[in-house]
Design a protein around this ligand. Structure first.
Ligand code: ZN
Length: 238
């Protein structure tokens, strides 16, 4: 035999638990979206770092060119001066410096060639990585959009359920409703709990014989332990 207050509160709770579940899901979405955004940003930053490494190497080659030019200028200067020096030792010192500078130039040229090889490899890798990054970030973007859609769908469903909820409030005594909502707002557990055997569905503890006797009469009763409403299944409509 169904009992009206139990039936009404139970129906309200079914709606509220659905709303609670949806709210829990909804809360999880913004951090997920942020994670995707951060990941995409990190992927772009990684590509930019690779570009920066290449630019730095190119700068190094430019610096090498400047160093070669000044070394060549030095050689020219030494050659001019050497034609004018009288002392043999000075002349030899200049020839030595010219020879050393030529070695230095050759070393720098070798270094630039090595750098060019390194750059060529890095450019190939960068192209490949950029293509890959665009693919991955494209996937991240569509995942983000899916979450966006899900968020909208959930919000819409919550709004619809909240509207339905208002209708379910009719006929529930204000004292019962206030207590129910206080229990609901704790955020966990069922405000109105089934009596399973002689235990409370919410806290799983045994209820007293007198509480059970009152519940059997369809009276408003609470769990002796968790203070949630209690009801028997036989008091719901079939
Ligand atoms: Zn309980």
């Amino acid at each position: 035999m169904s009992v009206q207050w139990i039936e009404r509160l139970y129906n309200l709770q079914e709606l509220d638990l659905r709303i609670r579940t949806l709210n829990t899901k909804l809360k999880m979405i913004p951090p997920e979206k942020n994670k995707l955004k951060e990941q995409a940003g990190a992927n772009i930053a990684d590509i930019n770092n690779q570009k920066k490494v290449i630019q730095d190497l190119e700068l190094k080659i430019k610096q090498n060119e400047l160093n070669i030019n000044s070394a060549k200028d030095l050689i020219k200067k030494l050659e001019q001066q050497s034609s004018m020096v009288k002392k043999n030792s000075e002349y030899e010192a200049m020839l030595r410096e010219i020879a050393e500078t030529k070695v230095k130039i050759s070393d720098i040229e070798d270094n630039s060639l090595e750098l060019m090889d390194v750059i060529a490899d890095k450019v190939v890798a960068l192209e490949k990585n950029t293509k890959n990054m665009k693919l991955v970030n494209g996937e991240l973007k569509s995942e983000y959009q899916e979450l966006d859609e899900l968020e909208k769908t959930i919000k819409k469903e919550i709004a619809e359920l909240t509207q339905k909820r208002n209708l379910k409030l009719q006929g529930i005594e204000i004292d019962i409703l206030n207590r129910y909502e206080a229990l609901l707002n704790k955020g966990t557990g069922k405000p109105i709990a089934l009596i399973l055997g002689d235990s409370c569905e919410n806290c799983r503890l045994k209820i007293t014989a007198s509480t059970l006797a009152q519940a059997k009469k369809g009276q408003v009763v609470f769990c002796d332990n968790c203070q949630h409403f209690l009801f028997l299944e036989e008091h719901l409509p079939l």
